[in-house]
Design a protein around this ligand. Sequence first.
Ligand code: PLP
Length: 366
Amino acid sequence: MIKLAFPEIGDEEIKSIIKVIESKQLVMGKEVEQFENMIKEYLGVKHCFAVTSGTAALHLSMMALGIKPGDEVIVPAFTFPATANVVEVIGANVKFVDVNIEDYCINIEQVEAAINKHTKAIIVVHEFGYPVEMTPFNQLGKKYDLKIIEDAACALGSKNGNDFVGTQSDIGCFSLHPRKAITTGEGGLITTNNDEHAKIIKQLRNHGIDYESGKPRFVVPGLNYRMNNIQAAMGIAQFDKMSEILEKRSVLAEEYHKLLDGSDAFLLPRTRVDSKHSWQTYHIVLHDRINRDNVISVLKDNEIETNYGANAVHLEPYYFQKYKIDNLYNASKLFHQGLALPLHSGMDLADVIRVVKVLREIITFY
Ligand SMILES: Cc1ncc(COP(=O)(O)O)c(C=O)c1O
């Protein structure tokens, strides 16, 4: 079976994890700080905190930026539901906006049209690792006094020019789930260049504790979203391989691009010369005449694992019952016709050639 995703884990990770377990220092140890420092230096960002998941990072971003019940946060309709869930669990309301069909990015004109007196923030998602250009969103944030959060769950390593995504706005959030380029099992990272945001994130991640007076004091109601030392040790070992993993993914994505080009059956993912894509997922959009779920099933019969890419979140039961929106057509089309193809560093070019060959055979029936 050619798997859709597969984490690259070797002896280095296993040895590092065992070392932590043997030390019996499982939490609040040097590994977490070391991992955070590595990521901080790599991204060129002032603050980075390791947390338990990408969702935890997003949840902390809402709390740290002071999003309150009754506020509105603009969210792309095409994403993983966590992007919207963190808004709702705060008691705020999601304002769904449609995405562009070419880059899956929230449409900036529609974002501006959706802003009203309740709007407090915009979450921009770098979907599948595609690096969204943040300058226009940051300008919008300034114009309307809104906070901008980058959901870079899939985008560790993606760049616009020389700037890493997740470092250009108020707060960046990354996931280290096993489907991402590097993983700590579950895990996440939250980044900011703002000292005030960093201070509150640090407190909220650790039960609301502040040590400034020398003694631990519970200064805000916080959570326990701390990454543990076992995860951080794994993250350090994974980070050492990250450049190589990203390079392999990029070579495979280029091969897909080359082999899939020129057919009216697929819309290929957008790339830009001035940017770097982490290729968390290689996602294509099938023509409306093709039954996507049938394609997934026939590929599976041929030992090739694929899946839909992301959700049209506004159509999921909770959100549809609450907001009753059904006219975000690009999000809906991407949810129904999107196809995530196998892409991981354990694959080689022959695997890509096989996936494309089988896929092309299937679509001749449509
Ligand atoms: C866009 C997006 N945001 C948030 C998340 C949540 O990350 P995690 O699974 O680490 O909680 C994901 C997970 O895949 C995601 O794709």
